[in-house]
Design a protein around this ligand. Structure first.
Ligand code: MTE
Ligand code: MO
Length: 888
């Protein structure tokens, strides 16, 4: 009879110092060293798991709750063959069932259904009736390495790195023995269903095995109560769980309450709607919408597929190689570096080879493999805690193995990428190509680590970059190459030629799906470039979009699309668009670019451009395609939070080249975070300025109210005189030509009345037009009606200028300027004669002209103001917003 460790309470709940009970055999892999957590981490305080003690160093993959974590790769790997509980990954679909002493005492596993002998077993019953056994088993979540797919396309699942894998000694009894005891009617009972005690929105967690698999002892399925000789931790199923060696973690039901012999497979919600690899043709959205796919048993995942990863070099590890033999602090070129990592496969199949390539898959060389699991095959050991540890007659491989490969530092320095692939006994080999699927499960394409090389004074420096890093944090070559416009399913690890400059940080990947599942045409660079001005196609992150249908709708104006026609627009698009805009992009997706987008990046000669934008010639400072560096000359406070930033170009006497009404892109590098931020701004410079450009910037600085502050304006705030930023432009769909003529979406409008509505810093494009109208001595007819909304009176920008223009043009016999303010913060100052409250149709009725063909409305303000107040208000007053509303 087997003795039980007493009390049968997980160490984290009682006696955290407890170590794994020793195994007397020195030849076996060492037992893990536990660092059992003793405190409840803050993140759990407000969740139903606020009684579970956890390692604070885990990478949380789904925020606070439920608890889904992996440990950073290096510590898990360094822990060795057996993973201590505090580093073992956890996958919980909901709250951890809380098992107190009473609940523990009454815990039974009910075995029922199509069988002769229905039973309810306590854990003690299991120990008394059946042979207690221990098996080393590797657990892998089917989502392991999912983030790599999520970077390509956001799937129906969260971002596992390559750490969704761990190994432990599991102690329990064979399911096969229990089944034999309860005598199932196997003629009908084709399935064995398992159910957990967790309460999830769609019922408890449950799944099933085919009886033919479940009853076979060779498959090693256990009902287990101990992990590495200690009671299961709450996160791993305390008091008892199923262990299914060689299968995905998802089949190993935790907090096991019920086993049912049934003619039908499990009907549990997550048996169907989780752990499936759906056909590649199904986009995540389709998969969500078309439920029938999930019920097809062919797409279910049981056994693991062959997989491997590189752990060493670690992500961001640096290897300095000196060229001078006397420099002892760095590696000489003759030195070797040992690459290391793990590999595993499913169904008991052995990993039969692991291969390394340093030329992205042209040549492969065998790595050495260490199979610690084999060390158990020569021992027969029986003990009160572990029961029978006997793998002497087993030939199944249920555990990970470790590979290593010595490479000369010189070869590493000449390579741009290290790739690993494994093959198993069934001759399944990890593919080069990703099997992109809606749940992003079983991702097992080659694991590749990019090598970034920098020349240093004393030699070269290699920096290693994993494909991704787990969780939401950005990082890894996949995001970097995606941002640079590559098709990362076919990555190209070009050498980073001898640059000594640190690379720019990569912006986080877009989690928004910007592609259409049925837009799967392959488009060549040639075809792309044929689509320029009349049917503008452009590229974003390797995908091709047709902008034709969007020319009229684009809030940024027609020419911001025309300017990128036939070209790569990734940088600008990602930098300035909201998630909402990204979502809208999918509609215009036509296919995927083949060939290198980099070829496009170089500027094509301006001669082939038919744009009428004056600044395409170099007689002006601004260029729509080339970033120009400008230097901060002065800043001048305008009010409590707004400053006029004046920048100078290097050519002092060249005209700026900014038509009235157009805006520019501005980009800067944040001094604190190093992040590149880009926004569109309308400069307030007069159109005939030379050598300089002025921006009126309202600063949204970090405050208790908004701890982050405006990304861009905080960057502006950090600038000191002499600092440089960049501009390019002009762009925009609207231009005021003067003398009553506006060019809008390439159509000439003769305008008598200009109605204008703006909010806060939205005054800038309005001011441009306004000044130009009133500065124009030839223009005696154009009338302007301006409504300017702000929170408080002190927020009103350029009030003096506006008021004085009003005195000149707004009074007298033939007034041409109607100026009206509205303040949203109540109460308004004493003696305030303008409006207060919200922007409504009444305001337009009172202060705008009646709608007419020769009248345009210009608007600039926060999106919400335009969408919720301006548009509906104008419509109610009879304006045709499609035909007359220009939104900057
Ligand atoms: N009852 C229950 N069992 C469960 C789950 C769950 O959410 N509830 N998650 C499954 C999944 S998807 C995995 S990968 C493994 C993870 O086991 P671990 O958390 O002990 O690592 O448990 C499986 N068993
Ligand atoms: Mo899983």
């Amino acid at each position: 009879m087997v003795e039980f460790p007493q009390p049968f309470i997980p160490p984290s709940l009682q006696e955290p110092g407890r170590e794994c009970p020793a195994l007397p055999l020195a030849s076996l892999p060492k037992l893990p060293i536990n660092d059992t957590p003793t405190v409840i981490v803050d993140l759990d305080a407000q969740t139903p798991d606020n009684w579970v003690k956890r390692n604070p160093d885990f990478v949380r993959l789904t925020g606070k709750h439920p608890f889904n974590v992996e440990a950073p790769l290096t510590p898990v790997f360094n822990a060795g063959f057996l993973t201590p509980a505090h580093l073992h990954f956890v996958r919980n679909h909901g709250a951890v069932p809380r098992v107190d002493e009473t609940k523990l005492r009454n815990w039974r596993i009910r075995v029922h259904g199509l069988l002769e002998r229905e039973c309810s077993f306590s854990i003690q019953d299991l120990k008394d009736k059946f042979q207690v056994v221990t098996l080393p088993v590797t657990l892998v979540c089917a989502g392991n390495r999912r983030k790599e797919q999520n970077v390509v396309r956001k799937s129906l699942g969260f971002n596992w790195g390559a750490g969704g894998v761990s190994t432990a000694l599991w102690t329990g009894v064979y399911l096969a023995d229990i089944l034999e005891y309860v005598k199932p009617f196997y003629k009908e009972a084709k399935h064995v269903i398992f159910e957990g005690d967790d309460e999830l929105p769609n019922g408890p967690y449950g799944t099933s095995q085919r009886s033919s698999v479940a009853r076979e002892k060779r498959n090693g399925i256990l009902i287990a109560w101990a992990m590495n000789g200690l009671p299961l931790e709450p996160d791993h199923g305390f008091p008892v769980r199923l262990i299914v060696p060689g299968q995905i973690g998802g089949r190993m039901v935790k907090w096991l309450r019920r086993v049912e012999l049934s003619a039908k497979e499990s009907q549990h919600y997550l048996h169907f709607f989780d752990n499936r690899v759906l056909p590649m043709q199904l986009s995540p959205e389709q998969a969500r919408a078309e439920k029938e796919w999930w019920y097809d048993p062919r797409y279910m995942i049981n056994e693991l597929n062959v997989n491997s990863a590189i752990v060493k070099p670690a992500h961001q590890e640096v290897l300095e190689i000196h060229s001078h033999p006397l420099n002892q602090t760095t590696s000489p070129r003759e030195a070797t570096y040992t690459l290391r990592g793990y590999a595993y496969s499913g169904g008991g199949r052995r990993v039969t080879r692991v291969e390394i390539s340093l030329d992205d898959g042209v040549c492969w060389k065998l790595a050495d493999i260490d199979y610690p699991e084999d060390l158990y095959r020569s021992v027969y050991h029986e003990d009160p805690v572990y029961g029978l540890l006997d793998l002497t007659e087993r030939d199944t491989c249920f555990c990970w193995c470790f590979w290593k490969f010595d490479v000369s530092v010189k070869d590493l320095a000449e390579s741009t990428v290290i790739a690993v692939r494994a093959m198993d006994e069934g001759l399944s080999i990890q593919p080069r190509d990703m099997y992109l699927n809606a749940t992003s499960m079983m991702n097992n394409w080659w694991f590749r680590v990019a090598i970034l090389r920098t020349e240093t004074k004393s030699g070269v420096k290699l920096k290693f970059e994993h494909p991704t890093i787990p969780g939401v944090k950005p990082g890894g070559w996949m995001e970097r190459l995606k941002t640079s416009g590559q098709d990362i399913m076919q990555p190209d690890f070009e050498p980073i030629a001898t640059d000594t400059v640190e690379r720019q940080p990569v912006p986080p990947p877009s989690a928004i799906l910007m592609t259409k599942s049925d837009a799967n045409r392959l488009i060549t660079v040639d075809e792309l470039q044929k689509h320029d001005k009349s049917t503008p196609w452009f590229v974003i992150q390797g995908e091709v979009y047709d902008g034709t249908g969007y020319l009229d709708e684009h809030p940024g104006g027609t020419d911001s699309i025309l300017l990128v026609a036939g070209d790569d627009a990734t940088e600008d698009f990602i930098a300035i668009h909201s998630d909402d805009a990204k979502m809208k992009l999918a509609k215009f997706h036509v296919g995927t670019l083949v060939g290198k987008v980099d070829d496009l990046k170089s500027l094509r000669p301006d001669s082939n451009s038919t744009s009428d934008t004056a600044s395409l010639t170099s007689s002006v400072l601004l260029h729509p395609k080339i970033w120009k560096t400008i230097k901060l000359k002065t800043t001048q406070p305008i009010n409590h939070d707004t400053y006029l930033f004046r920048f100078s170009f290097s050519e002092a006497n060249t005209p700026l080249g900014l038509p009235v009404g157009k805006h520019v892109f501005v980009r800067l590098k944040r001094k604190d975070t190093g992040e590149i931020v880009q926004r569109a701004y309308t400069p307030v410079s007069k159109p005939d300025t030379s050598g300089e450009i002025d921006f009126l910037i309202k600063l949204y600085l970090p405050s208790s109210h908004n701890p982050i502050g405006g990304k861009m304006t905080t960057g502006f705030h950090q600038l000191e005189v002499g600092d440089c930023i960049e501009v390019k432009g002009p762009l925009g769909s609207f231009e005021w030509k003067g003398n009553g003529i506006a060019l809008w979406r390439n159509v000439v409008h003769k305008v008598q009345h200009l109605a204008m509505i703006c909010g806060g810093s939205g005054i800038t494009p309005i001011l441009q037009v306004l000044r130009s109208v009133f500065d124009d001595d030839h223009d005696r007819i154009t009338k302007i009606f301006l409504i300017y909304a702000n929170k408080t009176e002190e927020d009103i920008l350029c009030k003096e200028e506006l008021d004085s223009l009003f005195k000149i043009h707004g009074l007298g016999e033939h007034p041409r300027f109607n100026l009206h303010y509205i303040l949203s913060t109540l109460p308004v100052p004493l003696g305030w004669t303008h409006s207060s409250g919200r922007v409504t149709e009444d305001l337009f009725r009172a202060h705008f002209p009646t709608p007419a063909d020769d009248c345009l409305v210009l608007a600039c303000g926060p999106d919400a103001m335009i969408a919720n107040a301006v548009k509906p208000g104008l419509v109610k007053c009879g304006w045709n917003v499609e035909k007359s509303l220009v939104v900057f």
